[in-house]
Design a protein around this ligand. Structure first.
Ligand SMILES: [Zn+2]
Length: 328
């Protein structure tokens, strides 16, 4: 069992469910204030996560009935997994999530239809061929599971600077377009979702906005890390892995890591690699096939970064983007 952290009448009870996945654990948190108990994120939808939630409640003298609200950092399935199960038992429990998460959590059919078309075009323009087509096939298959996965209950939208359970909502897009962290200024606590993870760098996943325009997710992620760097806190409670105490040092490492990776990709472009797909295959080798969508997000994100720093230019030829080093 995880130990609780108490500061000036508020207590955090971490729930950390181990996984064999490189994420190490699925973390979510019970936050007790004077007169309420909030659940921050809601794990994966499986028995292990459910048992760890109910066991933690029980061990600290609570029951599900005592949970006053659920607060969600972002729409990913490993953060909202138990929402439906909880709200089917404790009816009318308020569920708070970033405003930008709602159409995704509700599995809005129009949005997801557009999103599939978005990725189809994106992978074509990045020169991905058959591997892009396979990934689009996976997205179509995933859309068929949407009825099972949608969040049933009403969701209360959160926007920048909203206060909920004594926490300040701070928009930190990049890992996902809707991502938020929650800051308790008084206790110097940050509930960080997937913005920062101790043992691995958080991926900035390529996504469209609501109108189908591609978001510059790595650049967003970089800005979000800088936004977090400006906060003064003692502990960052992450969505995966260990609690983070020296988050400023880790953020600085992550920011340097983005720059180093971009520089390594620039070297390959200088050697004559021109498309995002060739770059992905050359840079990631065997991971290209096994982790296609993650790999393409990394490559496209770092190409955006290089373009933003005027290190590369791009040109559309026969429907495929080619990237060239600015310094010839
Ligand atoms: Zn996530």
């Amino acid at each position: 069992m995880q130990s609780a952290l108490t500061k000036t009448s508020h207590t955090v009870y971490p729930i950390s469910v181990p996984t064999k996945h490189s994420l190490q654990s699925f973390n979510f948190y019970l936050l007790q204030e004077e007169d309420s108990l909030s659940l921050i994120d809601a794990g994966m939808n499986n028995e292990e996560n459910w048992n760890d939630l109910t066991r933690t409640l029980h061990n600290f003298g609570f029951s599900l009935e005592d949970v006053s609200r659920i607060i969600i950092t972002h729409n990913h399935e490993d953060h909202v997994g138990l929402v439906n199960r909880i709200s089917s038992i404790k009816k009318d429990i308020p569920i708070y999530a970033p405003k930008e998460a709602i159409h995704r959590l509700k599995r809005d059919p129009q949005f997801f239809k557009m999103r599939i078309a978005f990725f189809k075009q994106l992978y074509e323009e990045m020169g991905c061929g058959i591997f892009g087509e396979k990934q689009v096939g996976r997205l179509i298959a995933a859309a068929n599971q949407h009825e099972k996965r949608r969040v049933d209950a009403d969701i209360i939208p959160l926007t920048e600077a909203d206060l909920i359970a004594g926490l300040q909502a701070i928009q930190t897009p990049g890992h996902s377009p809707d991502h938020m962290i929650f800051f308790d200024e008084k206790r110097k606590w940050i509930f960080g979702g997937d913005l920062l993870i101790q043992h691995i760098s958080s991926n900035a996943l390529v996504e469209p906005d609501e109108d189908g325009k591609r978001l510059l997710t790595l650049i967003q992620h970089e800005n979000s890390l800088k936004k977090c760097l400006a906060l003064e806190a003692d502990v960052l409670f992450p969505g995966h892995g260990e609690l983070i105490f020296d988050y400023k040092k880790l953020i600085t490492e992550r920011l340097n890591g983005i720059q180093k990776k971009a520089d390594r990709m620039l070297k390959l472009i200088e050697k004559g690699v021109t498309t995002a797909n060739e770059l992905a295959q050359t840079y990631y080798k065997h991971k290209y096939e096994s982790q296609f969508s993650l790999v393409m997000s990394e490559i496209i994100g770092h190409l955006d970064y290089l373009e933003n720093h005027q290190k590369v230019t791009k040109e559309l030829k026969d429907g495929v983007w080619h990237y060239y080093s600015e310094v010839k």
